[in-house]
Design a protein around this ligand. Structure first.
Ligand SMILES: NC(=O)c1ccc[n+]([C@@H]2O[C@H](COP(=O)([O-])OP(=O)(O)OC[C@H]3O[C@@H](n4cnc5c(N)ncnc54)[C@H](O)[C@@H]3O)[C@@H](O)[C@H]2O)c1
Length: 441
């Protein structure tokens, strides 16, 4: 390959939850990194040292800028780099299928500036075949041929927003190249700032690895959600059963029931896989079943809320309901696909008067109306007829909840779950609920 003299090591396209931490880690490791962003506001904010994602604060951005990182909206930076990593969104289209619009736009932008010898890696989650069937032809519009004039690979992003233990550097990175040499080139890039790099046989295997990880979670969450519903009717304490099963040191991983699945990955990625399977003429039944069960959980939360109020002689239509936590997972601000929204909508449809509390969300609207935000948590719980815990932010401790909520529906098992390996003073692996009027999903 004819390699020019690039001025940067890496261009990261798309500076969101995935691209920004990647650019941060690469810059820290001493690479010269440029961020290419479609949003001028995001690019300008970063250049001014402001972060817009949970896992990095402004000090991290300042450190990046000091380390030579710059953000731009000008795609010509691609002409002068050794490698390009694409981290743009892959949402669902209105029909529920893959929307690869941003990937295609990034591919065209790269093709317009692609220099021989460049490595191009796709990180956005997508169905198997995308790198070679969708991205490759777009890149080859440059006149260069993948595998001989430039390297092409897929490497799934595994970022877990809010995870204080595992980040870009210490989460093993899977890479799959279009050819052996493409895979080697991608592995060599990531080895510069990730501790462990794992080579897949090809791009499709790497694409499937990501979908397998997320489908596994999706299906197992659906399993415990379905069990939660019938265990309640059977009079079985599922939280205790899960905690007991989790003491098995092999062959079992604990998943917990909840109000539904949220975030950018679990509710969306399996659709990419079922879309691909459908092209074969049959459905991916596990995914469709899991989707059906998980999508029904907000209705189950509504049912439990109605029952809890009814047992106290109250009607939902005349009740004040406080929602605790509206993000899709604890201790972050990301609200994408949060099940709090369908739960709130169902409660509002039944006439409940809603208030919410979330330390990470200053404004939250439903059907175009801003919901009142409680700032004094203890007072808000004392005033609400019913408090529903939807996201287990660490601020919501069992003590606080049981002391202040009049009626409490805990959809995350905060009142029951003990830290891994802990045993309650009564010798059990779950904590008992020590008061009337508090229930767990
Ligand atoms: N957020 C997660 O937890 C997570 C985890 C694993 C994988 N992923 C996957 O990573 C990909 C990116 O997700 P994200 O959460 O970082 O998205 P995001 O919305 O946080 O960020 C994407 C960024 O890309 C920019 N962008 C869009 N089109 C662009 C273009 N053509 N050129 C340049 N910039 C463009 C957007 O303005 C935005 O800033 C998705 O495929 C997602 O499924 C996300």
């Amino acid at each position: 390959m004819d390699v020019a003299t690039p001025t940067s090591d890496l261009v990261v396209i798309g500076l969101g939850y995935v691209g920004l931490p990647l650019a941060h880690q690469a810059t820290r490791a001493g690479l010269t990194v440029t961020g290419l962003e479609a949003s001028p506001a995001v690019a300008a904010g970063l250049n001014a040292g402001r972060s817009h994602v949970d896992d990095l604060d402004s000090a991290d951005i300042a450190e990046m800028v000091e380390g030579g990182f710059t953000a731009t909206t000008d795609a010509s930076v691609i002409a002068d780099t050794r490698s390009v990593v694409i981290c743009v969104p892959t949402p669902l289209s209105e029909e529920g299928g893959p929307d690869l619009g941003a990937v295609a736009a990034a591919g065209r932008a790269i093709a317009a500036h692609l220099a021989p010898g460049t490595l191009v890696v796709l990180e956005s989650t997508t169905y198997p075949g995308t790198t070679e069937e969708v991205l490759r032809p777009l890149l080859e519009e440059s006149g260069l041929v993948a595998g001989s004039d430039f390297h092409l690979a897929f490497s799934p992003e595994r970022i877990d927003p809010g995870n204080a233990t595992f980040g870009v550097a210490n989460t093993p990175k899977v890479v799959g190249g279009m050819t052996e040499r493409c895979g080697e080139a991608a592995a060599a890039l990531y080895r510069r700032f990730v501790d462990t790099v794992v080579q897949a046989r090809g791009t499709r295997e790497a694409e499937m690895a990501k979908l397998l990880e997320n489908t596994y979670r999706h299906v197992n969450i659906a399993l415990v959600n379905e069990m939660a519903i019938f265990c309640q009717e059977l009079g079985v304490d599922l939280w205790d059963s899960i905690a007991c099963a989790a003491t098995k040191p092999f062959g079992f991983q604990a998943f917990y029931p909840g109000p539904g699945v949220g975030g950018h990955c679990i509710p969306i990625d399996p659709n990419y896989l079922s879309y691909k399977v459908k092209t074969l003429g049959y459905p991916f039944r596990f995914v469709e079943l899991a989707q059906e069960i998980n999508a029904r959980m907000p209705s189950y939360v509504l049912q439990r809320a109605l029952e809890l109020l009814n047992d106290s002689g109250l009607a939902l239509s005349r009740s004040r309901v406080l929602l605790l936590g509206v993000t899709y997972k604890p201790d972050i601000a990301d609200q994408r696909e949060s099940p709090a929204r369908p739960v709130a909508r169902k409660l509002a449809e039944k006439g409940a008067t809603l208030t919410y509390h979330d330390p990470h969300v200053e404004e939250w609207s439903l059907n175009g109306h801003t919901l009142p935000r409680a700032t004094d948590l203890e007072q808000a719980m004392a005033e609400a007829d019913l408090t529903i815990l939807l996201t287990d932010h660490s601020a919501y401790t069992p003590k606080l909840l049981t002391e202040h909520a009049r009626l409490l529906l805990d959809t995350r098992g905060v009142l029951r779950r003990l830290p891994a390996g802990a045993v309650h003073e009564d010798g059990h692996t779950t904590a008992p609920i020590a008061r009337e009027g508090a229930v767990v999903l």
